[in-house]
Design a protein around this ligand. Structure first.
Ligand code: SAM
Length: 274
């Protein structure tokens, strides 16, 4: 199949008057080689469903379409829709665009089959979206993989190992039943306009959920413990009924601080609490 010839992204932006809006977290990527590399992170997308949040002028969307994916994209900025409609025309039957807020959309319902999620996320809603996808009640989830651009500092918190400075609730949420890694650091100069900080693409795939561990219990425990990060567990977990007994049963010393507790230990603790 020959791929359609598309105008440079900078021309698309100029023709549709897409000046970047700070309020919508718009930092666009124009380097098509970089975009193709991001689209390749989950493996072959040929014939696969992809959910993309925030296509903007469609840089990553193009790369996904070139890779042969069927894309559902949700974009909040109506100014981007004409540019995306041109893209849909260039790749007939491969792209559906919804104008709306990704925080209110359930892609599983829209797509009705397994799908990958890829996004150069709007930074103001990125963490909330990722927490929603990682914290769902259904496991394994409907998504096959997450390939998400974050500020480097957030990416580091997602993949952080126990006992590191960045380790906390986000690392536990992202790793207790999933595999998370940094797939690609991205320099701030790759974006237009460049954000103040560096970025990184994180790749997450679902793993097996440890038996007998409830998401809600894990959340309650880590919320209480990391809410008072400098305190010993004996103190911070006092407010969670049964937690001190559970510590003893799990063989976790009550004078430890939450960042020293490994993910299997957190799971053990949650299991004891039921
Ligand atoms: N994908 C494009 C790229 O890589 O060049 C644009 C990425 S830009 C960082 C984030 C995009 O998300 C913007 O187009 C913005 O309008 C859109 N956006 C912001 N908040 C959104 C939301 N709540 N739901 C859907 N899209 C949103």
């Amino acid at each position: 199949m020959t791929l359609p010839t598309l105008p440079p992204l900078r021309d698309v932006i100029a023709r549709h008057g897409l000046s970047a809006s700070k309020a919508l977290g718009q930092n666009f990527l124009f380097d098509e080689q970089l975009l193709d590399r991001i689209a390749a992170i989950p493996g072959s997308l040929k014939g696969q469903n992809v959910y993309e949040v925030g296509p903007g002028p469609g840089g990553l969307t193009r790369a996904l379409l070139r890779a042969g994916a069927n894309v559902l994209a949700v974009e909040r900025d109506h100014r981007c829709l004409p540019a995306l409609a041109e893209l849909a025309e260039a790749f007939p039957g491969q792209l559906r665009v919804i104008e709306g807020d990704a925080l209110k959309i359930d892609p599983a319902k829209e797509i009705g089959g397994p799908f990958h999620i890829l996004s150069n996320l709007p930074y103001n809603v990125g963490t909330a979206l990722a927490v929603g996808w990682l914290g769902g009640d259904t496991w394994p989830p409907e998504w096959l993989s997450l390939t998400l651009m974050f500020q480097r500092e957030v990416a580091d918190r997602i993949v952080a190992p126990a006992a590191s400075d960045a380790y906390g609730r986000l690392a536990i949420l992202a790793q207790w039943r999933s595999h998370a890694k940094i797939a690609m650091p991205v320099h701030r100069s790759a974006f237009t306009p460049p954000p103040k900080v560096m970025s990184a693409v994180v790749h997450i795939t679902p793993g097996e959920a440890p038996e007998g561990v409830k998401m809600a219990v894990l959340e309650k425990l880590t919320g209480a413990a990391f809410g008072q990060r400098r305190k010993m567990l004996r103190q911070s977990l006092k407010a969670v009924p049964g937690a001190l007994d559970a510590l003893e049963k799990a063989g976790i010393a009550a004078d430890r601080r939450p960042e020293t507790v490994t993910i299997p230990e957190w799971c053990d603790l949650a299991r004891q609490l039921g």
